[in-house]
Design a protein around this ligand. Structure first.
Ligand code: SAM
Length: 232
């Protein structure tokens, strides 16, 4: 049964599912746990030239995607579910919003290009504006793929061990502890020997849990004082 479906409004439908057709999300796609359908915005542009953009009112550089074309593309989707415009001006995506979106069975993701999308169609159709970070991409497609990836991995049956999710960075307000694997003693290319923290080989699960929690706290305090200060 499909647990999660994403409609994508884009000028580049061939970008989907793209990398999400591989690995964990690819196997989940094959199993039918999620699905996606990319709608080519250009198919809804009027005229022979299929123009989707125009110059900005008020002047300035670049082009803006037309509201009428975006609306026609949106209205071609019978059940759009939660409408999201990937936007550098949006609220930053957080793990708690990802958890909510993973429980939202249908989402529609609008991918901008050029200088962005005419604000009137965003407002008229109640698009939630979401940013994937404080930097500017050339288009919304990579942002949509990131949002999709973060939701898909949380769907039931996609990841084997749910404990992995509980301890992950951003799930409990902390960054995760560091990981180590074999060999226990590793000699790098420069001839330097690197060992692992003794506690991890001790077999004492309570001690290991305590060490990991301390590491998570220390790393969060040092790297992300914003997250640390938000903790109660
Ligand atoms: N002029 C816009 C601004 O300054 O906010 C940037 C436009 S950007 C070149 C083109 C498109 O990329 C946007 O319409 C949006 O869909 C997408 N985009 C760029 N940065 C993004 C980000 N940080 N998060 C999500 N989408 C982004």
């Amino acid at each position: 049964m499909v647990l999660w479906h994403a409609h994508i409004l884009t000028l580049f439908p061939e970008m989907f599912p793209g990398p999400l057709g591989m690995s964990l999300s690819g196997r989940a796609l094959e199993k039918g746990l999620w699905s996606c359908h990319a709608v080519n915005i250009r198919d809804f542009a009027p005229g022979r030239h299929k123009t989707v953009d125009d110059t900005p009112f008020g002047g300035g550089a670049g082009m803006v995607m037309r509201p009428d074309v975006i609306e026609s593309a949106l209205l071609s989707i019978p059940d759009p579910g939660q409408k999201i415009y990937l936007s550098a001006r949006g609220k930053p995506l957080t793990q708690s919003r990802v958890q909510e979106l993973a429980r939202t069975p249908v989402v529609t993701l609008l991918c901008g290009r050029y200088e962005g999308v005419d604000q009137r169609v965003i407002d008229a159709h109640d698009f939630e504006e979401i940013s994937i970070g404080d930097y500017v991409l050339s288009g919304g497609e990579p942002a949509a793929l990131i949002l999709m990836d973060s939701c898909i991995r949380l769907l039931d049956g996609v990841m084997g061990n749910n404990q992995t999710v509980d301890e992950e960075s951003h799930t409990n307000g902390l960054l995760e502890y560091p990981h180590y694997t074999r060999p226990a003693e590793w000699i790098d290319n420069a001839g330097k020997t690197h060992t692992i923290p003794d506690v991890l080989a001790s077999g004492n699960h309570a001690e290991i849990a305590r060490w990991r929690h301390d590491q998570a706290q220390a790393t969060t305090r040092e790297r992300r004082p914003d997250l640390w200060n938000r903790r109660k």
